[in-house]
Design a protein around this ligand. Structure first.
Ligand SMILES: Nc1ncnc2c1ncn2[C@@H]1O[C@H](COP(=O)(O)OP(=O)(O)OP(=O)(O)O)[C@@H](O)[C@H]1O
Ligand SMILES: [Mg+2]
Length: 227
């Protein structure tokens, strides 16, 4: 589902952020990516989204070689990938319903389908009552649940989450991780970047540890490593 072959990324300003990474993630896996600040985790996520181009190496996601993907095809490529960030990134001037509906209008989903799917997503994340609320009227945990609902509404093959619990308290962090696990059980391949040791240690998933742009460990039922 995700394949990196000798991938490196050097930003114009400096030393390599990612150095010769080789990685293979299969369909249906749940993978944590950990590592200290500046180790290249977010760079990896951006490469997978084709927000950045690698300096060298080959990336294949969902059967598509990213370097060969035409600019016009990028929105369609991204339709199959759900994304969640630490800072939620909701549309401030739209309510919960429209935030989730928006992602589908962009890809021209018929309104009839949207009207069926949005309530289903809201119920999955436990926010059915809040569909009219605006982001500023929600707690951080609720906002992240809206972001998650929005990310999965198009039933993506892959879910990329870059520190999805970075701004949340322990209880909300667990709820978000449990939702990600639920999404994974429904067949989506999930990649989660996190600094949350407690959750990583408790969940018994594959853990990839990065350090200064390289993968220093990759364990099937791993734990959070300090480096
Ligand atoms: N746009 C950029 N231009 C230049 N250098 C960058 C850019 N973005 C990141 N870097 C550098 O690349 C390296 C990896 O950064 P990255 O954001 O991938 O780290 P990270 O593992 O996500 O860290 P954190 O845990 O703090 O989010 C760092 O040294 C960083 O300074
Ligand atoms: Mg980061």
């Amino acid at each position: 589902m995700i394949e990196l072959e000798d991938v490196s990324k050097v930003y114009s300003t400096g030393s390599p952020a990612i150095k010769n990474i080789n990685l293979n993630i299969k369909k249906g896996e749940f993978v944590f990516i950990v590592g200290n600040s500046g180790s290249g985790k977010s760079t990896l996520i951006k490469l997978l989204l084709k927000e950045l181009e690698p300096t060298s190496g080959k990336i294949v996601v969902n059967g598509k070689e990213l370097a060969k993907l035409k600019r016009k095809k990028i929105p369609y490529y991204r339709r199959d990938i759900g994304v969640v960030f630490q800072d939620f990134r909701l549309l401030k001037d739209r309510n919960v319903y429209d935030n989730i509906a928006f992602a589908q209008r962009v890809v021209e989903t018929p309104n009839k389908v949207i009207m069926r799917r949005v309530p289903a997503m809201l119920s999955l994340v436990g926010l059915s009552e809040k569909y009219r609320s605006f982001p500023k009227e929600l707690s951080g945990g609720e906002q992240q649940r809206v972001a998650l609902a929005r990310a999965i509404v198009n039933n993506p093959a892959i879910m990329l989450a870059d520190e999805p619990t970075g701004n949340l308290d322990p209880k909300n962090s667990w709820e978000i991780m449990k939702l990600l696990e639920e999404i994974n059980k429904r067949g989506t391949t999930v990649l989660v970047v996190t600094h949350n040791r407690e959750i990583v240690d408790a969940m018994n998933k594959r853990v990839i540890t990065m350090h200064k742009g390289v993968i220093v460990s990759d364990e099937t039922k791993g734990e959070y490593h300090e480096n």
